[in-house]
Ligand binder design. Sequence first.
Ligand code: DHB
Length: 386
Amino acid sequence: MKTQVAIVGAGPAGLLLSHLLHLEGIDSVVVETRSRAEIEATIRAGVLEQGTVDLLAQSGVGERMKREGMLHEGIVLRFAGASHRIALAELTGRAITVYAQHEVIKDLVKARLDAGGKILFEAKDAALYDLDSATPKLRLYHQDSLVEIACEFVAGCDGFHGVSRPSIPSRLRHEFARTYPFGWFGILVEAPASTAELIYAHHERGFALVSTRSPQIQRLYFQCDPQDDAKNWPDARIWDELHARLAGTDGWKLAEGRIFQRGIIAMRSFVVEPMRHGRLFLAGDAAHIVPPTGAKGLNLAVNDVRVLAAGLRQYFKSRNEEGLKTYSATALKRVWRAEHFSWWMTSMLHRFHDDTPFQHRLQLAELEYVVSSEAKAMTLAENYVG
Ligand code: DHB
């Protein structure tokens, strides 16, 4: 099999790249270890920056998102028992849209398949070859046959645990990492919305987040031990913990409902530099991870792919390699801004196991500053909307 760009991974990065390349008349093949049903059902994040929404809409895959996504013009910081609104739209002129990542995946898979795009699902043992030559290759098993894909470029969009990043010799990779001593317990609940805007809550029992998926389905998270087991959390214990962390003096109360999905998410910060090796370009989680607190992961993947698609377009139209040469540095600028923002939000809102009362008061002082100074609120807002 031959193509111009072989794309490893059918997550948001790989699928969107394939779609953007198709719009430019560039051929690609996407390979994915999981099945279509699996990738379309995996529960992940849900906050799209304005720039992400605009790119999806402009490239013709935003119709359902525009219809079903929920535009939010602010977020709420809740601490010391009271809520404070950060007016994202007033401060920045931009807003966010809540629309689940797996819905974006469904829209992109459909667009690719309707356009005759090739996605090899349930591919096994994919390996990358000859990345520093002009004719890189991908080999894998698909439907029990060995498939070789000869291409001009490989896009490594296969996430943190994928094969792409380790295909770069370790002496040529610089990795920066931090793991956090906590995770997020995430649930999906059948309940009406308790709040019009997302609530990020700081509490001495730990962080909690109230998000949404639809008028009938809510997404809630609370900080937990990353080694904990979801089995240790019967429904009543989950609700007690959420109510305790969201308690206030203003009478606001979270609505309960049937919990139909639950899981624990680990938290880390990670960046690899550079995001290119020869003819391999990394995009999305294959190159960087942010803790979820700033809702940046999916948006960073989309930004990588926007920059990479432009570089590949320039190359295939005019053999100009400038955009490909600057891809890593351009993408990393945005990555490091988001790394800092996500680390800052995480540090300000979570309970650390070695926290002293002094550190707890510093967090409250910073939160107080964010909600009382327009300059500081603007710092949060402009980073949050992207
Ligand atoms: C959601 C996830 C996030 O990481 C976040 O910061 C806000 C919302 C969500 O899944 O809805």
